[in-house]
Each structure stands twice: as C-alpha cells, then as structure tokens.
Write a new protein. Sequence first.
Length: 311
Amino acid sequence: MTEKEWVIEAEGLTRRFKKVTAVDGLDLRVARGEIFGLLGPDGAGKTTTIRMLCAIMDPDAGAARVAGFDTVRQPEEIKKRIGYMAQQFSLYGDLTVLENLVFFADIFGVGREERKERIAALLAFARLTEFQDRRAAHLSGGMQKKLALACTLIHRPEVIFLDEPTTGVDPVSRREFWDILTELHLEGVTLFVSTPYMDEAERCSRIALMFEGQVIVCDSPEHIRGLVEGKLLELRPDRLRDASHLLQALPQVLEVQVYGDLLHVFVRDVDAGRAAVETALGQAGIRVEALRLTRPRMEQAFISLIRRRQK
Ligand SMILES: Nc1ncnc2c1ncn2[C@@H]1O[C@H](COP(=O)(O)OP(=O)(O)O)[C@@H](O)[C@H]1O
Ligand SMILES: [Mg+2]
C-alpha cells in the first residue's frame, strides 16, 4: 500500500466575524483524486472554509496546506495549482462563450498554441461547442455554470474548489453538471465541492457534514448513512401531526421525522417497533397506508446526527 497523498490538509482552521465563528476549529484531509463534498445548510461555514483553502482569506487560527503549500505563506503557489468556482462567480455577460474562455486563458497566462486546443476540448467537455458564439448573458442558468466550470479549468488545475455549483439550477442540469464532475474525477482531478443538496453528497467519495462552523462527521456516504441509529420505518398516516406526536412518545421509537405526507420513524428493533407503531396508531383510530422498512437517506442521516448533537 502506498501512503495516501493529502492534497488538502486543514488543522484547527478558524475564522470569526465579530460575534459569529463562521469556521470553528476545522480539521480536514482530502486525498489526491477524491471528490470530496462539503455538505451543510446555509450559514454552516462552507464558503468561508473554501475561501480560506483557496488562500483568499486568512484564518484567525489554525493552518491549511493545499497542493503542498501553506495558504497563508504561499498563496501564489496555491493559486497557480487550483481552480476556484465561487458561489457568485462572474462571467462577462457581454462576451460570448468563446470570448469568456479566451479572457480566462489570458488571465492565467495560457500560451497561444496551447489555448486553441484546450478551449476546443473544454467547449466539448462542457457541451457548449454549438453555443460558443452566444453571449454569456443569454445562456440558461445551467449553461452558465458549465461555462464557469470550463473557465475554472483553463489552466489545468490539479485541485478544483466549487462552491455550491448547482444551487438554483434545474434538476436535469444538476445531473448533467455532476456527470461532468464525475468525468473530471475519472481524469484524476481532485474536487472539493460544497452543496446544500443531500442527494449530491451520494456522488462524493467522502463528505464532511458541516453545521455551525464545525464538521460533525466526515466519512463515506455509506458510512454516514450507517451511523444513523436504529432502523427506519416509513409510513403515510391519515392524521400526520397526531401520528407524529403519538409515535414520538413511544419507548420503542428513537426519533420521528416528517417528510411531506410521510413519517419516518426510527426504531431500535424492526419487529417490536413495527408492532408498537401499528398498535398505537390503531388504538388512536389513525389509518396508515404503506408502512414499510426503508434505508435511511442522506438527509435523514444528517438531521438525525445534528439532533443527537443538540441533545
Ligand atoms: N464577510 C462576512 N462578514 C460577516 N459575517 C460573515 C461573513 N461571511 C460569512 N459570515 C457569517 O459566517 C457564517 C458562515 O457563512 P458562510 O461561510 O457564508 O456559510 P455557507 O457558505 O455555508 O452558507 C454565517 O453566519 C455568515 O453570516
Ligand atoms: Mg456559501
């Protein structure tokens, strides 16, 4: 076994804004070639973390190394080796797709000979070849994200940071964007992606769940699902709120979560739990449709882990 090569290493990384500790003693390591997901709700500290790792913002405490360089002492070395797609990235709306790529090639000093081939490849890669003469402002949201990604890749970075690249994009474009990220991953690029969407976390090799500036857990998606205590029953009762209150109070039930018209009930033991649930609801005259055992999904794992922490 060869030693893992850590491309991103953070220790005790901390950043405060007045009273808010946006990032609070973050420890993190990402190996070369991973797709690493930073998952958390708004305000969790994802953007602040990424800015510090990209050497755009200094930490108040702690340190980080990216591609082997210290973010505070060697920011220029890092900037040459990484790509950063900000949450509010800016393309030039008046420039065409092609002109935007040329512009970024200039900024990153990509030579004349190299750039023609590279731009053609990136256009194909981002599925934008036939739109190369369209102004960026006239592209759909999903296409703008792909163009921003292509611009981020113009200098062939070894690590790319993407801050919520699919937020606000329709589901089909989101999937396509992730297909493109997967292709990059297969080429060996290290990807560090933040997202508020739990389903996207499933496409990462490892994820860190971030909440209030801290990493609650960092592991593979599978392991995180496995951390959720108990077994999960899913049911659709006709009186959702009554059923939820009632079940919460049962000793066999660990936790109840509401999803639309569904209840997700974590029980310690499937048979005893199911029996207790059926009896309690039956006695209260609550009718149940579709009671079944199911596998916890990412959002259930996440909510459950945060709740347990707050207890
Ligand atoms: N420049 C800033 N000035 C003051 N507070 C900030 C600043 N940037 C972020 N914060 C605060 O830090 C916390 C984390 O923000 P952020 O890193 O943007 O989280 P996320 O990207 O996960 O939504 C939030 O409470 C936010 O209000
Ligand atoms: Mg953010």
